[in-house]
Every structure is written in C-alpha cells, then in structure tokens.
Design a protein around this ligand. Structure first.
Ligand SMILES: [Zn+2]
Length: 294
C-alpha cells in the first residue's frame, strides 16, 4: 500500500514536470522572486542532488535577500526547521554548493539532552495530528501521561552546542520558539514567552543577533504576527505556499515545502508549489496557498 502510494506520487511528479507545468511555474510565478525552501532533516546525498539540480537555473541566496530586488534569475533560500541533530552532517554539502542556509532552532531543545516532542515515542501513542489540535495545556498533559515532559532529559534529537559551533561560519541560526508548541493553541502569555524568549535564548547560546523567526507547523494569526514584531524580529516564515519579493509582508514570508527524501523528479515537481497547494486545498486551506489553520 505504502509502496503503491509512493509510485503514484512519482508518476504525478513526472506528469507535472513533463507537461511543462514546472517550466511554466518558473516563468510566470517564480520569475526572479525568492523561493524559500523548507526542509527538516534531509540526508546529505539527497540535499546534494537537490542543490545540484537547483543551481542549473537558480541562484542560491541567504534568507536575508528575500526583500532585495531581483536580478532576472530565479532565486532560492534554503531553510531547515527544528534544529535536527542530522543537520550537522549537511555542513560539507552547504560548503560544496556555497549556500548559507538558515536553521530555525527550538531554543530549549537544542544544546541539551532533549527530544522534540513529536519524536518521543509517547507522542506516537496519542497521535501527532490529535496533539497539534489540542490546547497547549491539554497537549502537555497528554504527553506527560505518556512519559514525556518538555523540560525533561531524553535521547537528544537536536543539534549539540559543539555541532552548532562547527556550523556557524556557514549557517544562520534563527528562532523557532523554545519548545515548538502550536502557537495558535497557546494562551497569550505562553505565546509571547515562546516567541520572545526564543530570541533571547538563541542570542545567548550563539552570541549573535537573532532576527528571523519561523512559525512552528505554520500555525499563526494576527496575534502571533504582533508578538513576533513586538519581540524585535525582522521577519517570519510561514508555511503558506508561494514566492517572495520586495512587496511580500516580511512577517508572512511564503515557502515552498520540500519532502526531505524527495527524488529529483519529485523535487522538481514540489518546486512548483502545486503538490502542497492541492493538499492544503483538500484540508481547508485557501486558494491563495494559505496553510489550513487551526
Ligand atoms: Zn518545526
């Protein structure tokens, strides 16, 4: 069943590419705007293949270039969410392709023997999608009942301090809250603390300015935008599908989501934004590529 689904995905991706949709999207939507690609925990060989493909027609730029005027060529910024320990193995690939990615860290998970909550076995028993939709208090209570405290010590799933030190010359480390709650399910004070404190903690951890934010799971509304702006961040990346230019609201940067293990043909198809756009529509998102919020 799983294998059947994987084959269908490959065939649909081939269809998107072979019908010219990939080229049309590049010409009419991407143009010389910035695609902010979103990864989580890709393996080095896969990321190497993706970047090799991308560089044939696209300039790789840092996230801070999002608001810079275009130069006629497609541009892409690489972002990775959560600060997974596996990201450390990507350093040679970043250097090889001369790319400076942004890694959005959970400030109370990295640098400690802690697990991201969805990677702890206790969260699987409850179900990730169920947990995401609970109020933050309910989610934490359910996780605690299944053996996970967010400030407890477990098998580390985040980058260590030594790994971040080794990467910092080639990577921008920015903020993705402290513990990765779903912000729209938090109280006002939890939400403000998770956003504001993550900035201070990343700055203390790495002794450099932390100015960019990514909303966990793509959940945000007016309140979250206000808190991010008030905390002093200069931009925030959403999970809404699309490309960015000087006219994009910096607190609602759009993204192109890439599956960490995508084959090159699926990568080419995902660069069009179409697969996630259709998934969002099915799940109640908007025609403007807005992530289906809850
Ligand atoms: Zn995340």
């Amino acid at each position: 069943m799983k294998r059947g689904k994987a084959i269908i995905k490959e065939l649909l991706a081939a269809l998107v590419v072979l019908t010219g949709l990939a080229r049309a999207t590049r010409a009419f939507l991407w143009r010389d705007r910035v695609a902010v690609l979103l990864y989580h925990d890709p393996d080095p060989a896969t990321l190497d293949r993706h970047l090799t493909y991308l560089r044939k027609f696209c300039d790789l730029v840092p996230l801070t270039d999002v608001g810079a005027p275009g130069n006629g060529r497609a541009r892409a910024a690489i972002t990775l969410d959560d600060g997974h320990v596996g990201n450390a193995a990507l350093l040679p690939i970043f250097i090889k392709h001369n790319v400076r990615p942004t890694i959005f860290l959970c400030s109370r998970i990295v640098g400690r023997p802690r697990s991201h909550w969805w990677l702890h076995p206790g969260s699987l028993r409850v179900g990730h999608e169920r947990l995401k939709r609970m109020t933050n208090d309910e989610r934490l209570a359910q996780l605690a009942a299944n053996g996970y405290q967010q400030d407890g010590d477990y098998r580390p799933t985040g980058l260590s301090v030594e790994q971040m030190e080794a990467m910092r010359a080639h990577v921008d480390f920015q903020a993705h809250t402290r513990f990765h709650p779903i912000l729209t399910r938090c109280s006002d004070s939890e939400c403000a603390t998770e956003i504001g404190e993550s900035k201070h903690e990343i700055e203390a951890l790495l002794s450099n300015p932390c100015e960019h934010f990514a909303y966990p799971n793509g959940n945000y509304g007016e309140r979250e935008v206000d808190f991010v702006r008030a905390a002093g961040f200069k931009s925030a990346r959403t999970c809404d599908i699309g490309w960015n230019d000087q006219h994009t609201d910096p607190y609602r940067l759009r993204t192109i989501i890439i599956d960490d293990a995508a084959s090159t043909i699926r990568f080419a198809s995902q660069l069009t934004g179409i697969p996630h756009f259709l998934r969002y529509l099915k799940e109640g998102g908007g025609w403007n590529g807005r992530f289906p919020q809850f």
